[in-house]
Design a binder for this molecule. Structure first.
Ligand code: ADP
Length: 450
């Protein structure tokens, strides 16, 4: 996958099939000795120069092949985030060459999230891609909705279209040959039709929803074991923390909703830049004084506040001081025994997982479309992270994530007692579950902006 939260999105959609899915943050240095049925490698190459993106993708391919993988998927954003230089086309072609195949089919559609491709044109909700907010993206503005043209500009091989009438007629297989193919899909059914036609190609490409159609087909072909709830990792017991560094519109609502019912500490980039050690120490002292099961530490702010901080510090430094403080909050919480981390923001997720020193995540229950709980392990034992990019989830996401963690721990504990194993060891003390439920109830109150 070409970025971090895109990788968790892909992992979540694969895990819906009941398969065992693990996510690696970057290409692991050592060969896999503990490979899951589906392995996702999270890279950070969406905006990298094409040669660097290709080199990293090939390194991931090598690692996956050494781990025993036999089918490969090149995952990028459902809004086809790329520039005329790449990296969707160049990476796909490098992977094709390495795998000895001359074709791949691209299906970026994610109907559940409003991304649909019709006659080669990508729609975001009701808007063509080039009229959607993606036209103003700071790194890769999307100014053409016709994906065959967008992909042709960054590819050496020809680009064809499997148009919707062909998909609807079930005539995909007869329509395709060597080269890149953009697959139309306006529904999950269309994605399933595409998957049925080309599932046996060595390399497929696109968004997470198309990938999510593959496990059932691979299972039918005997390439994947039976799906089972027991493939999900066990949710660790322990207190929680919510860390928010995203300033997106949805995250601002989520912080306001959650902060209305739980203790919240606001990180101010200007104070952090003036006296980082002092401001971080105050945050740590505040955290140590909380007996709530899931306090909130956030830098999330309104656009004018963000602009003011960026004007004074520069965009990079403002981001860096905030990420460093949230990383410090994560470490302090972990040292205090916190086991569940809800994190908002793509870059923020990278900073927090780095601070927690985790590099393998096993994919658990899905909280919102494309946002799963992930279980990792450090020297102190298992811990769980829910990593959400800015606009994912609804206004109640933080409380929903905590409730989902409590529910998944309770379900595992009930299953263990039903099977009579281990004397029904509880996944979490009852008072913690009750307090998490209370936090959930409190955050349903209407609330002012924090
Ligand atoms: P998203 O997924 O919404 O893009 P990210 O975590 O990827 O969220 O990016 C948000 C960036 O904004 C991070 O680098 C974060 O440190 C920075 N940031 C957070 N709060 C503020 C703030 N109050 N002022 C300036 N920058 C901020």
């Amino acid at each position: 996958a070409d970025d971090f939260t895109g990788a968790t999105d892909l992992a979540a959609l694969l895990a819906r099939s009941g398969a065992r899915v693990a996510l690696r943050i970057g290409v692991p240095a050592a060969p896999a000795t503990d490979a899951a049925e589906c392995e996702v490698v999270a890279l950070k190459i969406r905006s990298a120069p094409a040669p660097e993106a290709v080199a990293q993708a090939l390194a991931a391919l090598d690692w996956l092949q050494a781990a025993g993988a036999r089918r490969f998927y090149w995952k990028y954003c459902s809004t086809f985030d790329s520039t005329p230089q790449g990296n969707i086309g160049p990476v796909a072609e490098a992977l094709m060459a390495a795998l000895g195949t001359d074709r791949t089919l691209h299906a970026p559609s994610f109907p559940e999230n409003g991304r649909r491709v019709f006659m080669g044109n990508l729609f975001v909700g009701r808007q063509p891609l080039a009229e959607s907010p993606m036209k103003d993206h700071p790194l890769n503005p999307m100014t053409d909705s016709d994906l065959t043209r967008v992909l042709a500009a960054q590819s050496a091989l020809p680009v064809g279209l499997v148009d919707w009438p062909t998909v609807a007629a079930g005539a995909v297989r007869a329509a395709v040959g060597p080269g890149h193919w953009i697959g139309d899909a306006i529904s999950d059914g269309d994605l399933a039709t595409l998957a049925e036609a080309v599932w046996d190609w060595p390399l497929l490409s696109g968004g997470s929803a198309f990938a999510g159609k593959l496990p059932d087909r691979l299972r039918a072909a005997g390439l994947l074991g039976a799906g089972a709830a027991s493939n999900r990792p066990k949710m660790p017991a322990g207190r929680a923390i919510v860390l928010s560094g995203s300033c997106s519109a949805m995250t601002r609502q989520q912080v306001a909703a959650y902060g209305a019912g739980a203790p919240a500490f606001r990180l101010d980039p200007l104070a952090l830049a003036r006296d980082g050690a002092g401001a971080t120490a105050r945050m740590r002292d505040w955290l140590a004084a909380q007996d709530h099961p899931a306090p909130l530490v956030y830098a999330t702010a309104e656009p004018d506040q963000v602009r003011a901080a960026q004007a004074e510090l520069g965009t990079d430094r403002a981001g860096r001081v905030v990420e460093a403080a949230l990383a410090a909050a994560a470490r302090a919480a972990r040292d205090a025994g916190v086991a569940r981390f809800v994190v908002a923001g793509g870059e923020t997720s990278g900073a927090v997982t780095q601070a927690l020193a985790v590099d393998r995540l096993d994919i658990g229950a899905e909280i919102a479309p494309g946002v799963p709980w992930c279980v990792a392990r450090d020297a102190a034992g298992p811990l769980a992270v829910a990593l959400k990019s800015g606009n994912f989830g609804g206004p109640g996401f933080f409380a929903e994530a905590l409730a989902a963690a409590a529910a998944s721990a309770a379900a595992a504990s009930a299953a263990a007692s039903a099977s009579g194993r281990g004397g029904a060891r509880r996944a979490a003390p009852p008072e913690e579950e009750d307090a998490a439920a209370a936090a959930l109830a409190l955050t349903t109150k209407p609330s002012p902006l924090v």
